[in-house]
Design a protein around this ligand. Structure first.
Ligand code: FAD
Length: 318
């Protein structure tokens, strides 16, 4: 079912959902299942599965020279989506990236999603590769998520990339896109970023999932500003419980977000990472309660592998 239909069907009752990361190649899918399993009692209508950019590795070719090869440490988002959907009977949402894919490869991926009965996709630009300072589109790929949204909408209306194809069936993807309450790090201002977010919605995005934030005021202000910009699709808040002390440095660095002073002090005063995990859980519970009271459609959690903390949060909220 489409995410937007899940939201309508819930009739103003907030839903629980979460995001998982495919296991690194060489690992079994069982660990992922073991982390999803305890969360299924909270009836998530959908689970997101992230996609990782390709990486360059240098391989010694035996004559003293290095060959550059392209590899993916976490392949298989679509396969993981199909596996989770089949095992848990839940809708899964693959993250589809511009970066690292030609438009043709994206078309094949979307056609496969459709064959597998996957009705929702998150359309994202992706970040730069590790060695790049700025995002560079793949040759024959998209520059911005808006273009990817347009390609998905085209496919929904039976428009394939090259030429007319006789069809007796069109895909009907519900399209999610990313939103940034604290603005995307490349954008010169929040207003400019919102203008581009509106372009994604005008191109056909059906809902927005936000980047993580730790101060709900940022989300509330973002939703207000988005409404003023004419954005009227559901804006799903994304929440991540802090789990280790190093998150104080890593999260602002990777996600360009601020952490509230009181959260920083609470984490800094922890003696062990077990204590930090508890602080993260309590903070996320408080955030979730306030967001629930404000009537958000879904509370979406970034699980980042281990789900014990998400389970504790969900137990307190749902
Ligand atoms: P876009 O919407 O294309 O925006 C990128 C930047 O370009 C913004 O600054 C925007 O303001 C600007 N911009 C947009 N259109 C234009 C235009 N026409 N002209 C000039 N500037 C423009 N990354 C992954 O690699 N894998 C994932 O699975 C993943 N999942 C995510 C899930 C969520 C909910 C979110 C919020 C992010 C996720 N990301 C993921 C990170 C995302 O790929 C990065 O934040 C990326 O840098 C931007 O992606 P986007 O889709 O928001 O880009």
């Amino acid at each position: 079912m489409k995410i937007t239909d899940h939201i309508k069907k819930a009739n103003n009752k907030a839903l629980f959902s979460f995001e998982v990361i495919p296991p690194k190649k060489g690992n079994s899918i069982q660990e992922l299942y073991d982390n999803i399993d305890p969360l299924m009692e909270f009836n998530p209508p959908f689970i997101d599965v992230t996609t990782s950019r390709e990486e360059h590795v240098y391989v010694d070719n035996g004559n003293g020279l290095l060959d550059r090869k392209i590899t993916r440490t976490r392949p298989g988002t679509l396969g993981i989506c199909a596996a989770i959907k089949h095992k848990f009977d839940v809708d899964t949402v693959p993250h589809v990236l511009c970066g690292g894919f030609t438009k043709e490869e994206t078309e094949y991926l979307l056609v496969d999603c459709d064959y597998l009965g996957i009705q929702n996709v998150m359309a994202l630009r992706g970040d730069s590769m590790a060695h790049q300072k700025f995002f560079e589109p793949s040759i024959g790929g998209h520059n911005f998520a808006t273009e990817l949204v347009s390609q998905i909408k085209d496919l929904n209306s039976g428009k394939y990339l090259h030429g007319v194809i006789e069809t007796n069936h069109n895909s009907d993807f519900c399209i999610g896109v990313g939103g940034y309450p604290e603005k995307h790090f490349e954008s010169p201002s929040l207003q400019t970023d919102l203008k581009h977010l509106k372009e994604k919605v005008d191109a056909g995005a059906d809902y927005i999932v936000t980047q993580m934030f730790f101060d709900n005021q940022k989300y509330f202000q973002f939703v207000e500003a988005a409404k003023k910009e004419g954005i009227n699709v559901p804006i799903i808040p994304g929440l991540k419980p802090i789990a280790v002390k190093r998150h104080l440095q890593l999260l602002p660095q990777f996600f360009s977000i601020d952490l509230p002073e009181s959260l920083i002090s609470a984490v800094e005063s922890c003696k062990t990472n077990k204590d930090v995990r508890q602080v993260g859980i309590e903070w996320a519970i408080q955030q979730s309660k306030e967001l629930l009271d404000a009537g958000v459609p879904v509370l979406h959690y970034y699980s980042m592998g281990k789900s014990d903390n998400i389970k504790k949060i969900a137990s307190a909220i749902f």
